[in-house]
Design a protein around this ligand. Structure first.
Ligand code: GLU
Length: 435
């Protein structure tokens, strides 16, 4: 077997091109996190370079015929960051903010998330620069089908398995699965996860990310000596992740004092009536205007005097200018990359425990893995079985990250990244470098 020695001082090629220092943003944050892990693990620059750069990137043009007959050209990406431990895995995002560097960062975080939770995948992410709220359902279907057909050569159940992310949902996955299946000449359930349950989706997938966030939030609260039934929380973001997280926190006895979405926030010092709030959101499409709560802006919500803060929307919400005002004892990252590197440092100085995204929001990809396993075996599990297996994996990952953090005396993010990077590097070493 060929082993590649990446320990310090080991002989490696010295002709690697240094990665250019990119603008501040998620990719720079992701690479700095990787840098800290690589240094702690004692790996060399060659290993850093290999893990900092995606294995494969595809950028495609997506001509869209609008409902009025005009044609608009959109751009989409699929980035496969790493394939060492198995097929690439990660969501597809529809958002006007999508750009290649963001997709690269999100793909790298997927690699660490899958390795940390020990699901046999590499990491990937896809994105289309589009504001889905401005398009009809049939336009979004055409965008999805054309994007799928453009990236078809690089996806598949053993290659790269997309899933929902911001701006996409189970309908998007049904269209992707259908487009891929029609082109293949047979139904391929395992090509995407997060599908409707009636079409090979898994029971428990829709709520899995939120459930995982709440498992880790409850464990983290207990870890800092705060009993969940006497704890308070604020949730930033009320979409697929934040809404379920708020509900499950409430069910666990945590008083959720404030939530926000892209239109604004609401606050109630006695705790929000979550059932009534969800009914209001179903009716109006936003948390704003909810009777029985006061309006609150995002800056105030992030600085509320609560035990737990759950940023569950987008990257970079906690940054150098506002991290100093966070008063929560625990931050649990429902979103990917909500805390910049600078904010991480400030929160650590303030003694805030940050449970990193690659652990906290991993419930989604864990149940995506269960969905893929079920689809490949054509044998379906009960919801109780899915939830029990998810709880086991989350509990075990939490314990491993906590132990690594204690052993190395580093924050949870660094500990989690070290565990994940070591697993990926080990897979790479055992496979050997080809040719
Ligand atoms: N988009 C989700 C994430 O960021 C889920 C990815 C998946 O299930 O593949 O973790």
């Amino acid at each position: 077997m060929t082993a590649v020695d990446h320990r310090p001082g080991a002989a490696t090629a010295s002709t690697t091109t240094p990665l250019t220092t990119e603008a501040p943003g998620p990719l720079q944050d992701a690479r700095e996190q990787l840098r800290s892990a690589v240094e702690l693990l004692g790996y060399d620059e060659g290993m850093f370079q290999m893990l900092a750069a995606p294995r494969r990137e595809v950028t495609v043009s997506i001509p869209l015929r609008r409902d009025d007959g005009s044609v608009e050209l959109l751009t989409g990406h699929r980035v496969q960051h790493n394939l060492s431990r198995g097929p690439a895995k990660g969501g597809l995002r529809f958002s006007p903010e999508v750009d290649l560097d963001e997709v690269r960062a999100l793909a790298m975080w997927m690699t660490w998330k899958c390795a940390l939770l020990d699901v046999p995948y590499g990491g990937a992410k896809g994105g289309v620069a589009i504001d889905p709220r401005r398009y009809s359902t049939s336009e979004l279907e055409r965008v999805t089908r054309r994007y799928t057909s453009e990236i078809m050569p690089v996806i598949g159940p053993t290659k790269d398995i997309p899933a929902p992310d911001i701006g996409t949902d189970e309908d998007t996955m049904a269209w992707m699965m259908d487009t891929f299946s029609v082109a293949s000449g047979h139904t391929v359930l395992g090509v995407v996860t997060g599908k409707p349950v009636s079409l090979g989706g898994s029971l428990g997938r829709a709520s899995a990310t939120s459930r995982g966030v709440v498992y880790t939030a409850l464990a983290a609260l207990r870890h800092v000596g705060c009993e969940p039934t006497s704890a308070t929380a604020a949730v930033q973001g009320f979409g697929k992740v934040g809404r379920g997280a708020a509900r499950f926190l409430d069910e666990a006895g945590v008083r959720v004092l404030a939530v926000s979405d892209q239109y604004g926030g609401v606050h109630c010092a006695d705790g929000l009536d979550l059932a009534a709030l969800e009914a209001h959101v179903d009716e109006t499409g936003t948390v704003t205007g909810f009777a029985g709560a006061q309006p609150v802006d995002q800056a105030t919500l992030l600085a509320l005097d609560v035990d737990l803060l759950v940023p569950a929307a987008v990257e970079g919400v906690l940054h150098a200018d506002n991290a100093g005002s966070v008063r929560a004892r625990v931050v649990v990252e429902g979103a990917n990359g909500p805390t910049t590197t600078e904010a991480d440092r400030l929160l650590e100085e303030q003694g805030v425990l940050v449970v990193p995204d690659i652990l906290a929001n991993a419930g989604g990809v864990v149940v995506s893995y269960f969905e893929w396993v079920q689809a490949n075996q054509a044998y379906w599990w009960s919801e109780a079985e899915v939830e029990a297996r998810l709880a086991d994996r989350m509990a075990s990952a939490w314990q491993q990250v906590l132990a690594e953090s204690t052993r190395r005396q580093v924050p949870l993010r660094t500990a989690a990244t070290c565990l994940a990077v070591r697993r990926v590097a080990e897979a790479h070493r055992q496979r050997g470098l080809y040719p």
